[in-house]
Design a protein around this ligand. Structure first.
Ligand code: GLU
Length: 509
């Protein structure tokens, strides 16, 4: 396949949801797999839904994940502008809407909001609770199909506000082949006469998506399943404006399901997991919705888990790099049924990816988190060793904070309840001798420390098992952390000795 061009076409209305990022990912993977181009088009024609900062947020998400578009508002190619609001300035859409009117596929509708409301009330019934503007009511409304040509012209000349609506055929079956679902057919008579051009001259999504996909040379269009009901309108627009042969191949991606059906933003707060890619703060309400990035997910893990929400390579393999995915991804292995999001499984992916990530990269991710907690790290090699020693135990990046902080600052309090009941002068004596042993050694390796520990214990006639917990609490403050001799080796001789001495005082009081 050549000349593949796909697009992600978000409306900048807020945070990017898991499903949105999965759409980005599938677009990106399909483009890479087929040697094509991945385009970002910002669909910002609905001024009432426009949210400041949302476009920058989208760009930052893509950057964080390394899913950077080949063409975008920030990196325009030959078919710009890449923001629909800027394309409108060239009145591209108006021209196509007028063409549809001339050819009898669309019409001017002059109905006021009050007239629309009257129609809804008039036609509302038990079997039709929300009447639509369609072929059944069209003739009774104020539009260029019901009015004579002269009246229509007069209204236009007088500058009456109008919208342009598609004239859905009364009795046609229209269909297309979805790359995931196969043949999909619709009865056009069941679909309403959707607005194509609004009174402010802006196109609606329906017109813009068709015109832009054509003018931007899009060959394949992947979007969420929620757009399937609009597909008959788009297919007809393709047929009327550019011909069905020019239409991109469509794939409607399955929903991502939460614990109770469609995964919503509210599910996140309710079940304690993120739903957005990155933190998003609603400027109006100040409400913060947590993101996977801030929760401590690695981009590699996030990509990996999203790829498998609705797709697999036909084997049991679960861990994939972006490169591996780019090599094996195919749309025909995407399931049509909704994919259930499992947060525990998401955490598992992150844990696996933390283990796979090299220590230096983890250091750059963990140090800022430590700094925020007031833990200063000056020794990078100490940081690398500390992180390496606990990475098998971390699921999310913030897990590193309690797991490594003690490497950089000595405990100021100890779990005395765990030590005191079994503490005695023999044990105190052991540590005094052990400190001397440690002080005398030039070779401060974990194996040597352990050997010295056991030897001293044997000489003092104490089981080493009884001494390990106090030793750990001396170095760490609590009952956690990696093997205690490793901790000693990593923090070094003088720090180990100083921590033992300080703790001995506290234990003896
Ligand atoms: N602007 C639409 C959205 O925000 C895009 C749908 C599509 O990809 O065609 O979901």
């Amino acid at each position: 396949m050549s000349n593949v061009r796909v697009r992600f076409a978000p409306s900048p209305t807020g945070g990017l949801h898991l499903g949105g990022i999965r759409t980005v990912l599938y677009n990106y993977l399909f483009a890479k797999k087929n040697g094509g181009e991945f385009i970002l088009r910002i669909e910002d024609t609905d001024q009432t839904r426009y949210v400041a900062g949302a476009e920058e947020y989208i760009m930052e998400c893509l950057q964080w994940l390394g899913l950077e578009p080949d063409e975008s508002p920030a990196k325009p190619g030959a078919v710009g502008p890449y923001r629909q609001s800027e394309r409108k300035a060239a009145s591209i859409y108006q021209q196509y809407a007028e063409q549809l009117v001339r050819e009898g596929h669309a019409y001017y509708a002059f109905d006021t909001p009050e007239e629309l409301e009257t129609m809804r009330q008039q036609y509302r019934s038990d079997t039709n609770p929300s009447p639509q503007y369609d072929h059944r009511v069209r003739a009774a409304m104020r539009n260029s199909t019901s009015l004579d040509a002269k009246t229509t012209q007069r209204l236009l000349d007088e500058g009456t506000r109008y919208v342009i609506r598609i004239k859905m055929p009364e009795n046609e079956t229209i269909g297309f082949t979805d790359m995931i679902r196969g043949e999909v057919n619709f009865e056009t008579g069941l679909v309403d006469d959707k607005v194509l051009l609004k009174a402010d001259g802006m196109p609606t999504y329906h017109l813009a998506v068709v015109v832009d996909d054509q003018l931007m040379g899009i060959t394949h269009a992947f979007r969420g399943e929620e757009w399937l009901p609009s597909a008959p309108v788009h297919v007809l627009l393709w047929k009327y404006l550019f011909g069905l042969d020019a239409m991109p191949q469509w794939a409607h991606l399955p929903l991502i399901l939460g614990p109770n059906g469609k995964l919503s933003k509210r599910d996140g707060a309710k079940y304690g997991f993120p739903v957005f890619a990155m933190n998003w703060t609603d400027a109006k309400t100040g409400e913060l919705t947590e993101g996977f990035r801030e929760k401590g997910f690695l981009p590699e893990a996030f990509i990996n888990l999203l790829a498998l929400l609705g797709w697999n390579d036909g084997t049991e393999k679960e861990l994939f790099t972006l490169e591996e995915l780019s090599a094996v991804f195919s749309m025909d292995r995407v399931h049509s049924a909704g994919a259930k999001f499992d947060y525990e499984k998401a955490r598992w992916f992150n844990h696996e990816w933390i283990k796979k990530t090299d220590n230096e990269t983890l250091v750059t991710l963990v140090l800022p988190l430590l700094e925020k907690e007031g833990v200063t790290v000056t020794d990078n090699s100490l940081a690398t060793q500390a992180i390496a020693s606990v990475k098998d135990r971390a699921t999310l990046l913030p897990d590193f904070i309690p797991q490594v902080s003690f490497f950089f600052r000595a405990p100021i309090s100890w779990d005395l309840a765990a030590v005191k009941p079994k503490w005695n002068t023999d044990k105190e004596k052991f540590f005094q001798v052990f400190v001397e042993e440690l002080d005398a050694t030039p070779d401060f390796q974990s194996a040597f420390i352990e050997e010295a520990f056991k030897k001293t214990a044997a000489l003092q006639n104490i089981k080493p098992g009884e001494l390990q917990l106090p030793f750990r609490i001396m170095l760490v403050g609590g009952k956690f952390g990696p093997p205690v001799f490793d901790i000693a080796a990593i923090i070094g001789k003088s720090e180990t000795i100083s921590r033992i001495r300080t703790a001995l005082k506290a234990f003896g009081e």
